[in-house]
Design a protein around this ligand. Structure first.
Ligand code: FES
Length: 103
């Protein structure tokens, strides 16, 4: 079953930063990139469970704040590190709310 969740206004996420949400008991990090895109990934780094919402954003790249593993935000593919991260479909609605889809 596909369920869409309204996580509230995108303005709650400062540009260039991430915030963590609990969605149906799943910890998810949502990022608002400087290029205007919204991304959503698993909240914990696969290396040693660093908080990815506290990571550094560079365009569509995320750097874990703990040991600098790097991930492509759109696909979750590891750029530096040996494990990918899970990503989730996310978009903005007409009112600027962050809509996350869980399957
Ligand atoms: S916990 Fe993320 S790189 Fe180590």
């Amino acid at each position: 079953m596909i369920v869409r969740h309204n996580l509230g206004s995108a303005f709650g996420i400062p540009i260039g930063e991430g915030r963590e949400f609990d969605v149906e008991g799943i910890r998810i990090a949502v990022f608002r990139s400087r290029n205007g895109s919204i991304y959503a990934t698993q909240a914990l780094c696969p290396h040693k469970e660093g908080s990815l919402a506290d990571g550094l954003l560079g365009g569509s790249t995320l750097v874990c704040p703990f040991h600098a593993w790097r991930f492509e935000l759109k696909t979750g593919q590891a750029i530096q590190g040996d494990c990918d991260i899970k990503t989730f479909p996310v978009e903005l609605d007409d009112n600027g709310n962050v809509i996350l889809t869980l399957a």
